[in-house]
Design a protein around this ligand. Sequence first.
Ligand code: COA
Length: 535
Amino acid sequence: MTVLKSGVDTESAEFLANAEAMRNKLAELDAEHAKALAGGGEKYLERHRKRGKLLARERIELLLDREAPFLELSPLAAWGTDYTVGASVVTGIGVVSGVECLIVANDPTVKGGASNPHSLRKSLRAAEIAKCNRLPLINLVESGGADLPTQKDIFIPGGATFRNLTQLSAEGIPTISLVFGNSTAGGAYLPGMSDHVVMIAERSKVFLGGPPLVKMATGEESDDESLGGAEMHARTSGLADYLATDESDAIRIGRDIVSRLNWHKRGPEPVASVPPRFAEEELLGIVPPDLKMPFDPRDVLARLVDGSEFDEFKPLYGTSLVTGWARLHGYPVGVLANSRGVLFSEESQKATQFIQLANQSDTPLLFLHNTTGYMVGKEYEQGGIIKHGAMMINAVSNSKVPHLSVLMGSSYGAGHYGMCGRAYDPRFLFAWPSAKSAVMGPAQLAGVLSIVARAAAQARGAEYREEDDAAMRAAVEAQIEAESLPIFLSGMLYDDGVIDPRDTRTVLGLCLSAIHNAPVAGARFDGAGFGVFRM
Ligand code: COA
C-alpha cells in the first residue's frame, strides 16, 4: 500500500482564500436548503400542526433507527422555478429497523403535498435509486395527488410511479405505504400497488374519487369515511393491512414490517476501515474559486480514502487523469480523478483499461470530476482523439460495477460523459459548491457564438457591429455561467444533491453501503461485456 503525502500548506494565503470562498458558497447553499426545510411556510406549517399532524421530516425522524443518519437526496429540486424549493416531497436513504430503506415523504404543507413536474422527477429518481441498489421503498403518503394546473406535464409520465412500485415488488424489493392523510385518485394506487399498507383511523383517506366526484359520476351520495376511510379499508375493502390508531402507531407498525422482511444485503461486506491521515476539514481549501487554476486530486484523495492509502495505476502515463485503487469506509473502490483538466488520447486509453480492470475485479468506481473535456486541435484529431474518447465513453457506458460521481470543479463537454456524468447512470452523483458543468465554459461558448455570427454576417454582406457583439457575448456569458452552477443543475435534478466537501467521505460511505444491498458484479467478455472498441 502507498500512503499519499499531501503537499497542501494549510497556512498559505492561497489555501485560506480558497477555504474562505468555499465557506461563502456553503453559506449561500445553507440559505437555499433552509427554504426546503421551511416547506409551505409558517401559515401552512401552523395549520398542519394544529391538526395534530407531524411534518414530513418529523415522520422520517421517528421512522429511522435512533441516531441513524439520513442521506437526503435532491433537497434543492425545483430551485430557480416558481415551485417551492424541495418540490413538495422529501426523499432519502435511512436505516429502519436495521435495514437501509429509500424513504419518500410528501410534504403536505406545500400545496397539500400535490406533485408538480419537479416532485415527479424527484420521486421517479428515488424509485430508480431503490431499484438499482435494491433498497426497500417506504412511502409516507399525504398528498393532493397531481398538481392540477400542471397536469399535462405529470399525468402521462407519472404513470411510471405505479409501474415502478409493482416492478420493485416483482424483483423482490419490498414496498411499504404508510398513509397519513389524503391519497386520492391516482394517489390511491400508491397503497394500491404496495406490498404492505398501513392506514390511520380517522386520518387516512384513500379513494379513486371523493364524494363530489362520485356525485357527478353516478349521482350517489357518499361521505369520505365510507368511500375511503382507514376503518373501511381495514375491515371492508381489505386495502389496509394494518389499522393504526395515530401517526406514531403507524410509524411503529412500519418499523415492525421492516423488521420482519428478513432482509439480507447481497453485496460483499466491507473490511474494517481507518480514517484518512489528513483532516477532512481541509477539503475546504483545495479547490480554487478560479477553476482555471489546477489542483492535485491526490490532495483530495488523501482526505477521502481509508488511511490515505492509494495505489496509483499507470502514474507515469496519461498524467492528467489519476487512476488507482483505494478503500472507502472499508469498501474497495477504483478512482478516476482529473488532474490537469484536459483529457488526451493517453488518458482515454488509460481510463478504458482501468475501467475494464475494475470490472474484472468487481470493484466499484469513483469518478472525481475536474475536466474541461477532450483535447481539440489538428494534432489531436489526427492522433485519434475522437476514437480514444469514444473508447472511454464506451467503457463507462458498458461497465457494470456501481459508479459514483462527484463534481469537484469543472465538468465540461464530452469530458462530463467520459467521467460518468448523469446520463451515464452513476448510482449516485453529487456536486461540490465549487463545481460547474456545461457544454463548454461560458467565455468559450460566447466566443464560438460570436465567431459564427460574424461569419454569417460577412456571408450576407451585412455589417457586424462590435458593440452588439460585446453585448451579446456578455449576455451569453452571464446566462451560461448561471446555468452551469451546481445549485441550478441540482434544481433540475441533474445531481442527487450539492454537498459540503467535508461531508464527501461520509456521503460516499453511506452510498457505498446502500449500493451493497445489491450484488456487485462487473462486465465480462461473455456476451454481457463491452461494445466494439475503436482502437
Ligand atoms: N393541485 C394543485 N393545488 C392543490 C391540489 C392539487 N391537486 N391540492 C391542493 N392544492 C392547493 C390548494 O388549492 C391550496 O392552495 P392555496 O393555499 O394556495 O389556496 C393548498 O394546496 C392547500 O390545500 P387545502 O385544500 O387548503 O389543504 P387541506 O390540507 O385542507 O386539503 C387536500 C388537502 C389534498 C385534501 C385537498 O386540497 C384536496 O382534496 N385536493 C384535491 C385532491 C384531488 O382530487 N386531486 C386529484 C389528483 S389526480
